[in-house]
Design a binder for this molecule. Structure first.
Ligand code: NAP
Length: 288
């Protein structure tokens, strides 16, 4: 870890730009062999952040030379309709990546439906099959946000082996897969959640702290070990759509060695990671 006293921002912008450049080059190579890498987004929601996210992915994909197929079934879609759509896309050789956007109608859990996405096309690591494969050390795509946390840390050469990483949050989307990816990199990992007793006592042991609770300001100065590297995954939308992280950045920056900003940290790397997973899936599907 860096010495306490110096502080830097883990800016996701340059890391994401590097990924996007690699994606654009890979997409061009694939198109040269007659393959148009294609990502399908399946949505069934009136949720505005979900639509905003779909537009952001579509824009970024277009710039990198990927095609996006948007299957918006509307907020009244049934589970059967969604399942039919996912089966169709799973069988379509022209589709290389599939994302099932949440929330689902009626707040239905995504686990059952996302099982219909074959691991080779599960570019956001949503399916329980992908999660199991990841846990077993078999080839699988990790959820893009979790993968992005590791990519961001690697982009700034943050050492992980033998370090104590503390993850706040245990969702299947972020907390659990991040913890597993950190463990796979030989970090010693502690996972905290809403029932954890004395959160600051645990987070203060962290060389690397990943905050993924979706609770603005949860992590303050009292949670930080001097010289720690802090990744803020939280993105809680506030007035006017402004995103707020889980970390009180003003307080934490006085003690931490580095902190990822919100917005501009994990977010852009996540979008770029989805695109990278899609060109990887297209290459694998075509033996490239
Ligand atoms: P989630 O499903 O709501 O999970 C939140 C986790 O945080 C849960 O495990 C919960 O514990 C834990 N938690 C809540 N309050 C806590 C507290 N006071 N102390 C300790 N732990 C607490 O959320 P998620 O989908 O994992 O997302 C987490 C955050 O990341 C959200 O802000 C989300 O918007 C953001 N996110 C960002 C990106 C990106 O690209 N930057 C992508 C995905 C998500 P329990 O399990 O005990 O309830």
């Amino acid at each position: 870890m860096a010495a306490a006293g110096s502080f830097s921002l883990l800016d996701g912008g340059p890391v994401a730009a590097d990924i996007r450049a690699g994606v654009a080059a890979a997409a061009e190579r694939l198109r040269g062999s007659g393959i148009q890498p294609t990502l399908a987004l399946v949505a069934a929601t009136a949720d505005e952040p979900a639509h905003w996210y779909a537009r952001a992915i579509t824009g970024a994909a277009g710039q990198a030379g990927l095609a996006v197929r948007l299957a918006d079934l509307g907020p009244d879609a049934t589970a059967d309709q969604l399942a039919g759509q996912l089966r169709e896309l799973a069988a379509d050789p022209g589709v290389h990546g599939i994302i099932l956007q949440t929330p689902l109608p009626g707040g239905a859990p995504a686990g059952g439906l996302s099982s219909l996405i074959p691991p080779g096309k599960d570019v956001d690591g949503a399916s329980p099959l992908s999660a199991g494969r990841l846990l077993a050390g078999l080839p699988a795509f990790a959820p893009a946000t979790a993968a992005a946390v590791l990519t961001l840390l690697d982009g700034y050469d943050v050492p992980l082996a033998g370090r104590h990483a503390v993850v706040v949050g245990r969702s299947m989307v972020v907390g659990k897969p991040v913890a597993h990816l950190l463990l796979a990199r030989d970090a010693t990992v502690t996972i905290c959640h809403s029932r954890t007793r004395d959160l600051p006592a645990l987070t203060r042991q962290a060389d690397v702290l990943v905050a993924a609770a979706g609770r603005p300001g949860l992590i303050g100065k009292e949670h930080i070990r001097p010289g720690a590297v802090v990744v803020d995954v939280g993105t809680t939308p506030g007035a006017g759509g402004k995103l707020t992280g889980d970390v009180d950045s003003d307080a934490v920056s006085t003690l931490a060695a580095a902190l990822s900003p919100v917005p501009g940290g994990v977010g852009p790397v996540t979008t770029a990671t989805l695109l990278r997973h899609t060109v990887t899936a297209a290459g694998q599907a075509t033996g490239g």
